[in-house]
Design a protein around this ligand. Structure first.
Ligand code: NIG
Ligand code: FE
Length: 394
């Protein structure tokens, strides 16, 4: 006897290396987990509750594996300046950019940070997101980095969603520190103090971020604390971030616009997931796209995420990233949809989700579309017809 069954649905299970389609299928749950998946006519037993999905498509609940959802204020004014020709990098070098969000975030409280992030979270959940990663990185001191991570975890209590937190203290150098002094402060003070609130440690390795040597030091400290690492890598230039992430066995390396093929091959060998963030590329008008051909060649798993943040990607939509991934990077529909399900789960080190298969969490996203390609095709609008989180309609 199952607890629940979702029937009269088409399934994109993500089993195998494509979409794993089962037409006229059913998904059955026991407790929080999927107990059975298959063609409806083979459903082996009854269920306490049966939901008729009226021909909707069921996908694994969507996973947004890279976000900066928690922050205060906005950067619409910088956006206006960029429209006159000033670049993202110039604004950062003038002490705006990330540091302007740091000033606003330090002035906020844990409560107001969570309250400001909630409508953004609601928008993502409405599109079928059931798991989200949220970074710190706008505090750059122990108290504010901790407040950001605690606000993120609070969001996971306020809504039916799994929240995974990443400590991104190595995001920028705050006022009053030299770069070297700040890295020492991150390693000696922020990492150990904020570790209880973090599921992973992230860093920004770039010419307006930290050097590879500084990133190595932060990652060594993170791993000594037992925390997995992930990296903002090769976004504005190639500093060898992809290979660096692979050397540390990182869960993921993200952005990768300028990553080189050898680094991507090293990631594939290390099992490090390549997280593509086409919304950030689009919004800062980066014309150098990630080397998707080299990624395919290497066999590295590709995920797609929103990167929602006030500076490089104020996008409250993961479905939009499916469209941008396909139009800007020429991903296939299967690559894009695996990028927000099974490969996004891998990018967060969560083997219990991301596919429709017995034994995995019963996190589902239902869509009123005729074929999965529509999820990548429409721009705007929201075909999500429901979410199931841990076997419960959410
Ligand atoms: O993922 N690259 C660094 N960090 C963010 C942007 C942060 C900001 O501009 O506020 C990103 O693009
Ligand atoms: Fe980011």
């Amino acid at each position: 006897m199952f607890d629940a069954v979702w029937t009269n649905a088409n399934l994109a299970t993500m089993a195998g290396d494509g979409l794993g389609i089962i037409e006229d299928g059913a998904v059955a749950s026991i407790g929080q987990d999927i107990a059975w998946v298959g063609p409806r006519k083979n459903l082996p037993g009854p269920a306490t509750a049966t939901y008729d999905c009226a021909g909707d498509w069921i996908l694994p609940g969507l996973i947004d594996c890279h976000t900066h959802l928690v922050f205060a204020g906005d950067r619409a004014e910088e956006f206006e300046r960029r429209l006159t020709g000033v670049t993202y990098e110039q604004i950062a070098r003038e002490g705006g950019g990330i540091l302007s969000t740091v000033r606003a975030t330090r002035a906020a409280t844990e409560e107001t940070l969570a309250a400001a992030a909630l409508p953004r979270l609601n928008a993502l959940l409405a599109e079928g997101v059931t798991t989200i990663e949220i970074k710190s990185g706008y505090g750059l001191d122990l108290a504010t980095e901790t407040a950001m991570l605690r606000a993120a975890r609070r969001l996971g209590e306020a809504r039916t969603v799994t929240v995974r937190t990443s400590l991104l203290a190595a995001h920028a150098v705050p006022p009053g520190f030299t770069q070297a002094d700040y890295i020492a402060h991150v390693i000696d003070t922020i990492l150990p103090g904020a570790a209880p609130y973090a599921d992973a440690v992230d860093a920004f390795c770039d010419r307006i971020g930290f050097t590879p040597a500084e990133t190595d030091a932060v990652f060594d400290a993170a791993r000594a604390l037992g925390l997995p690492v992930k990296l903002h890598a090769d976004q504005l230039c190639d500093l060898g971030g992809a290979a660096l992430a692979a050397r540390h066995g990182a869960l993921s390396a993200d952005h990768l616009e300028h990553a080189n093929p050898a680094g991507l091959a090293a990631m594939a060998a290390a099992g490090t997931v390549a997280v593509l963030l086409p919304g950030a590329g689009y919004f800062i008008r980066e014309t150098h796209h990630p080397d998707i051909a080299a990624m395919r060649e290497s066999g590295v798993r590709m995920a797609l995420a929103s990167d929602i943040n006030p500076g490089s990607c104020p996008a409250r939509s993961l479905l939009l990233m499916l469209n941008l991934g396909c139009t800007l990077y020429r991903l296939t529909v299967a690559e894009a949809l695996r990028g927000v399900t099974c490969h996004a789960a891998a990018a967060l080190g969560l083997p219990d989700r991301g596919m429709l298969a017995p034994g995995l969490r019963c996190d589902l996203a239902l869509f009123r579309v005729n074929r999965p390609a529509e999820l990548c095709y429409w721009i705007g609008g929201n075909p999500c017809a429901g979410r199931v989180v841990g076997g419960m309609s959410a």
